[in-house]
Every structure is written in C-alpha cells, then in structure tokens.
Design a protein around this ligand. Structure first.
Ligand SMILES: [Zn+2]
Ligand SMILES: [Zn+2]
Length: 569
C-alpha cells in the first residue's frame, strides 16, 4: 500500500507552494488531498486503477494526474521543479510543525541554521529568543516541536499500520505455504500508533514462508533473514517482522508477542503463584515438568484460571485483577453500533451528497445518522449560513418521509467561537436534533480560556455533543490546553456527550480519557466525522479507542436504537 508515500509527496508539494507564496487555495488543496489519502482505507493504486482518484476529497484533474505520474514512475516532474525553485537550506527547517516559510527564512538568514540539529542547538543556546519578534516562549515552542517531530518519524499511526498488516496477512495466507497467521504486538492491542509490525505464523515449510515474505511487493529492504524469522522494511519505511512458530506453541507465543510487556510480567507472576512457569513456548507445571500447550491465547488465560482478556486492554491497568475476580468489562463491539452522529455532506466541505451518505450508512447496517455540516464561521469548510441550514433541515424532513427503517437526524457541527459564543443563535439550534459543538479556532488560547469556552458550550441547553474534545492531531499537534477534569465534570453535570472521533489522525478523546470519562459517568459517542461515503467505514478506529478505554455497550449513546436516542434540547 503506497498511500502514506503519496500523502507525504502531496504534503511536500503543499509546503513548497506555501513557501513560494502561492495562493492559499492551491496550498490547501494539496494538503487536503494528502489528508484524505492518509485516512483512506482503500489502496491508492487500486483507486487509480479503477479511475477513482477524483472521488478523493481535494483531488481534482491536476492532482490526479500527478498521483498517476508518481505511481507509474516514482517521480513527479512538477515537484522536482518546485524543489529547484526554493532555497534548499529551508527545506529541512520547514519540516518542523509550526515553522513556516517566513520563520524558516529568518532563522536561516539571521542564525545561519539549515538543519534540525542546528536549529535545536540554537534554541538551547537561547540564540532564537533574541531575534526580533521571537522571545522565550517561541523558542520553547520550537524545542517542543522538534521533539514531537522526532517522535513522529518513529511511530506509525494505526490507520496506516492496520490496513498494511491486513493486506500482508491476506497475501501470505493465499500463498499456501502459511497455515495460521496473526499480527501481534501493539498493533493487535490496537494502540493509536505502533513502532513496527510483528506477524506470527505457522507453516509446514518455514523456508518457503520466509521467502514468500521477503519477496512481497511492498518490501524495500530485507534487514535480516533466518530460517524462522525475517525482518523487512517497506517502501513507506515501516519495519515488519515475521516469525514462523511451532504449531503447538502458537497460543502461548501469540500471548507473549501481543504484550504489553507490563501485562506479561504480571501474568508470569500470577502463573508462578499458581505453580506454573509461563513462557512463549508453553505453560510448564512446576515440580512435575508437565508441559501444557495452547491453541489460542484465550486458552492461556483459562489454563491459568483467568477469564480471557481482550488484547486491547492488556496494559496492566487493572485487567489482570479484574480477570482473576471475574469482573472484566464486556467491551463494546462494532456490531453494537446503530448509527453515527457526526457526518458531513457536500453541503459543506464533504464529497458526497446527503442521499449518498444515507445510502452508505444503510449499507453498514445502521438505523440512523445525524447530518452535521459546519456552521457559517468556518469559512475554509464552506460552513452553512442559517438559511442554508434551514434549507437542509427541510430537505432532511422530506427525505425522512420517504425512508422506512432509517432515520436522518438533522444537525450541525457548530463552531465555538474564540469569545466562547456559539456560531448559531438558539432559535436555529433549537431546530436541529443533534447539535455537535467543536472548537476549531483560537486553539492557542490559555488553559483557562479554552476550558471556559468548552464549559460555556456544554452549559448551553442545545449543545448535545462535543466533537474531538482536545483537538489533537496525531503526529502533528498536541491537543489544546484543556483542564480534562473540569471538562469531564461539566459533561457529567450537564449531560453533554463527549465524542471519540474515529478519524485515524484524531482518535480524540483518547483511550485513557475515555476510560476516565466513563468513571465519572459521562456518556460517549464514537463518530467518524466522515467527509465521504468511504470514511463512514473508519468507525473501527474509534471503536478500538472505546475498547481500549474499557467502554461497554451502555457507555456509548450510538448503541441505542433510533427511538431511544435523546438529545438535550
Ligand atoms: Zn470538527
Ligand atoms: Zn466534523
């Protein structure tokens, strides 16, 4: 899958255009296309092959041609030309989030820095704060951004890793030299980012299995190749290990390689207390030396006298104790979901029509969706004016009359403005079933201001849901500075639902905050924020977070039937 590669290229083009001072519309178009491709589940090469590139949000004729050129030749002439036009010494500096063209230029001209290492040194020597218009705060921010940038380059978002792992598993499975095969590690625990991908398999012909693996089309380099293990690096610079195991050890090995490390340490202690020695190969009865082999990793837990623990919560945060005392949560599942409360259409910046989104939601087996296009102040997203929203509501009412077994809730993703006011008056909000409020502007305000804005919004009797409550973008920016306890307490007090945004680069709230929300009695909803029919399928990524947050069916409001859905006002 080359989606990440293509997205990176489009991001670079967008940055170079910005650097050149090209019009913002063009700059944004490339960034938007890059973001869409990053979040796409389908392989970009397959999309191109069926002539579907222009269905991707942000991709028009000209971007589509460049993607095709890249897929065919590995190069894009336009990009090479752009690269020649901008001073090379700024390229690297601009990779740091928050350092744009102008800042890079000043840093380069006044301090002579051209690499990230040099920039870091200058910041640590406090040479940046002395530049006009910079100051200590900005210098600190640059250091933080460098740190984040370095972390980003080593962690892979689950949204990239999971589809890739599945594809590899699928291909290897079809190659008749593999019997059982399963990805393990943090990917199996569905962490929001993973360091690399570990795949376990069994085979009657280990050598042939290893050969099949190192010759997969995604492979760029083979880092190591033995008789039962190989390590490769893909063209997207993702490291993948394949281990061929003995059939009888599969269950204990899968348990061992799924982790987490902390979970395994505690589990081995429990085993010891019960008179067993647990290893990746087997469970050994101390004293008799009798060896117990397990077919599955669930069996490992059962043999040790525990309830089987779902991989998503194997983090040593109380799950082993819960499994010992029979109190494990019954984690919510994708099939429990009945709808999606955060969906965009082409009325604002989505790609598909209202009707198409409804059709796609029906295909997923849902009972309902809420249409929540942006409100007017969000100009970049073609936010709806009051008149347009009322027109949309009218259209939805007429559509509902024709639908059986499916309901469209009217709604809006209304902006919480920088002064804490809501972008639509109550008279308009009252006419929406679902009011999803979100903070898109003024994200750099102080903790007090941000928290105050969110509390004000939640206290509004019409605001039902807070979307992406912390505003973080994985690998790009941390969330805004918000007092999480105050946010959760207010949500509980006002009955406002908090969203787990399923978009793979958001996953916001995250797992720990979701679990905390549950403990305070806050209800949550997992929504896709889909901007196209395809993105309705991203729900799985939000559900991973819900499960990692120990959520059960009753904790999510979108597990309710349409007739049991209640909004605030
Ligand atoms: Zn939003
Ligand atoms: Zn949205």
């Amino acid at each position: 899958m080359r989606n990440a590669e293509v997205a990176a290229l489009l991001y670079s083009i967008s940055e170079l255009l910005e650097l050149k001072g090209e019009n913002t519309f063009k700059v944004r178009a490339y960034a938007r296309a890059a973001r869409a491709i990053e979040g796409m589940l389908e392989d970009i090469e397959e999309v191109a092959a069926r002539g579907g590139l222009k269905e991707i949000p942000g991709v028009g004729e000209s971007i589509a041609r460049k993607i095709e050129e890249y897929l065919a030749t590995g190069k894009v002439g336009y990009y090479e030309e752009l690269l020649k036009q901008v001073p090379a010494e700024l390229h690297e500096l601009m990779k740091i989030p928050g350092i744009g063209h102008k800042t890079a230029l000043v840093l380069n001209q006044k301090l002579g820095v051209r690499t990230i290492d040099e920039l870091e040194r200058a910041a640590k020597q406090h040479r940046i704060r002395r530049l006009p218009g910079f100051g200590a705060k900005k210098e600190e921010n640059i250091l933080k951004a460098i740190e984040r940038y370095r972390q980003r380059s080593t962690r892979i978002p689950l949204g990239t890793a999971l589809p890739l792992a599945r594809r590899i598993v699928e291909v290897l499975k079809s190659s008749d030299v593999i019997d059982r095969i399963e990805p393990a590690g943090s990917l199996r625990r569905r962490k929001e980012t993973v360091g690399d991908i570990d795949i376990l398999a069994t085979s009657k012909d280990a050598k042939a299995a290893i050969e099949a693996f190192v010759h997969l089309p995604v492979v760029k380099n083979v880092l190591g190749k033995g008789t039962t293990k190989a390590t490769i690096v893909t063209r997207d610079a993702i490291q993948i290990d394949l281990r061929i195991l003995e059939d009888k050890s599969f269950g204990t090995s899968l348990q061992y390689f799924t982790g987490s490390k902390e979970h395994n340490i505690k589990l081995r202690d429990i085993a010891r207390m019960k008179g067993f020695k647990l290893s990746e190969y087997d469970i050994e009865e101390v004293g008799t030396g009798r060896k117990i082999y397990c077919m599955t990793d669930d069996e490992v837990y059962i043999r040790l006298g525990l309830l089987p623990i779902p991989p998503e919560i194997r983090e040593d945060t109380g799950e082993i104790e819960a499994a010992l005392s029979g109190k494990l949560p019954e984690l919510v599942e994708l099939k429990d979901l009945k709808g999606d409360f955060h969906v965009h259409t082409d009325w604002s910046e989505g790609t598909n029509s209202l009707e198409e989104m409804v059709e796609a939601a029906k295909k997923l087996g849902y009972e309902y969706i809420a249409i929540t296009d942006h409100s007017k102040s969000l100009g970049v997203a073609h936010g709806l004016s009051e008149e347009r929203l009322l027109e949309q509501i009218d259209r939805i009412h007429r559509l509902n009359d024709k639908l059986s077994d499916f309901h469209i809730f009217t709604g809006t993703e209304v902006d919480i403005r920088a002064d804490a006011s809501i972008d639509f008056p109550d008279s308009i909000l009252r006419q929406c079933d679902a009011v999803v409020a979100a903070l898109h502007v003024g994200q750099k305000q102080t903790r007090r201001e941000i928290t105050g804005r969110l509390i004000t919004a939640m206290e509004n009797e019409h605001v039902d849901i807070i979307a992406h409550p912390t505003g973080r973008i994985i690998g790009e920016r941390e969330g805004y500075d918000v007092d999480m306890d105050a946010l959760l307490d207010t949500a509980a007090r006002t009955g406002t639902v908090l969203e787990i945004n399923a978009y793979p680069s958001r996953l916001d709230l995250n797992d720990t905050n979701s679990r905390k929300a549950k403990s305070k009695g806050v209800k949550l909803t997992v929504d896709t924020d889909a901007h196209s029919t395809e993105q309705l399928g991203l729900m799985e990524f939000g559900m991973n977070v819900a499960r990692r947050g120990w959520l059960e069916k009753n904790d999510l409001v979108n597990t309710r039937s349409a007739r049991d859905v209640r909004f605030k006002g």
